[in-house]
Design a protein around this ligand. Structure first.
Ligand SMILES: [Mg+2]
Length: 386
């Protein structure tokens, strides 16, 4: 059965996981809703590529790069515009070409009401398998639009306390010790850093960071360790270096080794490459201590919100992560962050051509705006520029 906008609000946005009370909807909005229901509005979906330029060459265990392919999406409805984004680091298999092909097939004109959010996102998900970033770009734009139509940011619709956002980590990529020291100095405003490991110079990396700062660290190995005994030794050493958790220490295929490591580890072991969508959360239970949720892996906010609730119900830790993204993807993900144990939402800080203003980092902590939707303002001329 299709859900009208008024039903959505009456049911507290339950289908989208919301908790809006009817009494909280101002009369002006109710009036606007009544007027809109009597008209025949259409959702106009469009998208444009916007290659992200990285401030520094970015190196992890598996590759190095200076740009990231990205597409900005837009859904316009009744003069209101929701923005979304697909960020596609090459190693994940999507590209500007694949996303363009996918997004060209998206026809939102068949839906009369953006509040049919679940139906619309189901439709997008079933167009074709895979394409998680392309799907996320539609999901994010739709959430932005619906939040704007309700005139509320999503953290409020979900009932979260924005003062509970975590500090975000800032990532230090793999490099020579003098470069690592310099990058660590530049990151002095952050209260927690994430250090990339897994290329054979692990202790050297940590020692270079520790020669500059004593802030807590997290570590991301990006599947770089192959031997579970070496991994356990490293985790024990890292605990002494004030590291809070270790992310994806071993290849995702080595499930038994990872489960063994987690069982013996003095630190939480978080899954990232192993975790894409809801079924992976179930598989991760008993293997990892927690999961890294990223919008670009999981198809967007609808699934991310469900994964967060599922992981919490399984007593697993949750971190909210990102790719290199504009403030669009980051602001969307940060709407969930008050419920996360950790946030790794620094992707917009790594690029030099961010066309949006949204969630900021203030004294190391994520600071959500009160703009409705995903908390975003586009650069005045953004759609013309990109
Ligand atoms: Mg990771």
């Amino acid at each position: 059965m299709k859900q009208t906008r008024r039903d959505f609000i009456k049911t507290g946005g339950i289908l989208a996981g919301g908790v809006v009370a009817t009494a909280a909807i101002p009369n002006t909005l109710n009036n606007k809703i009544s007027k809109q229901q009597s008209k025949n509005y259409e959702m106009n979906f469009s998208f444009k590529p916007h290659t992200l330029k990285l401030k520094h060459v970015f190196t992890i265990a598996t590759n190095s790069r200076t740009t990231t392919p990205d597409i900005i999406t837009r859904i316009e409805y009744d003069g209101v515009v929701g923005y979304g984004e697909a960020s596609m680091p090459p190693y994940l298999g999507e590209s500007e070409e694949t996303a363009t092909k996918f997004l060209s097939r998206v026809n939102l004109k068949q839906f009369k009401d953006p509040f049919e959010l679940e139906d619309i996102i189901d439709y997008v998900d079933y167009i074709e398998k895979g394409n998680p970033a392309a799907k996320a770009s539609v999901d994010i734009a739709l959430y932005d639009l619906v939040g704007k139509l309700m005139n509320q940011p999503w953290y409020k619709i979900w009932g979260y306390d924005k003062s509970k956002t975590p500090n975000t980590t800032f990532t230090i990529g793999i490099d020579k010790p003098d470069v690592v020291r310099q990058k660590t100095r530049e990151a002095k405003g952050f209260k927690i850093l994430k250090v990339k490991l897994g290329r054979g110079n692990d202790k050297q990396m940590i020692e270079a960071v520790r020669s500059v700062t004593n802030v807590p660290l997290t570590v991301d190995v990006n599947q770089g360790w192959k031997d579970k005994h070496y991994a356990l030794e490293m985790v024990q050493w890292l605990k002494e270096q004030n590291v809070e958790f270790v992310e994806q220490p071993m290849p995702k295929t080595q499930v038994d080794d990872i489960a063994w490591l987690t069982a013996h580890s003095p630190l939480p072991i978080m899954g990232d490459e192993s975790i894409q969508r809801i079924p992976d959360v179930i598989k991760a239970h008993g293997v990892y201590s927690g999961i890294n949720i990223k919008l670009m892996k999981c198809t967007g906010l609808r699934e991310a919100h469900k994964m967060l609730n599922l992981a919490k119900s399984l007593d697993m830790k949750v971190m909210i992560g990102c790719m290199t993204e504009t403030s669009c993807g980051i602001s969307a993900a940060s709407q969930l962050s008050p419920m996360a144990d950790w946030a790794d939402l620094d992707g917009n800080l790594l690029i030099s051509n961010d066309p949006f203003e949204g969630t900021k980092v203030i004294n190391g902590k994520l600071s959500l705006t009160d703009y409705p939707g995903i908390g975003l303002k586009p650069d005045k001329n953004v759609w013309g520029k990109i």
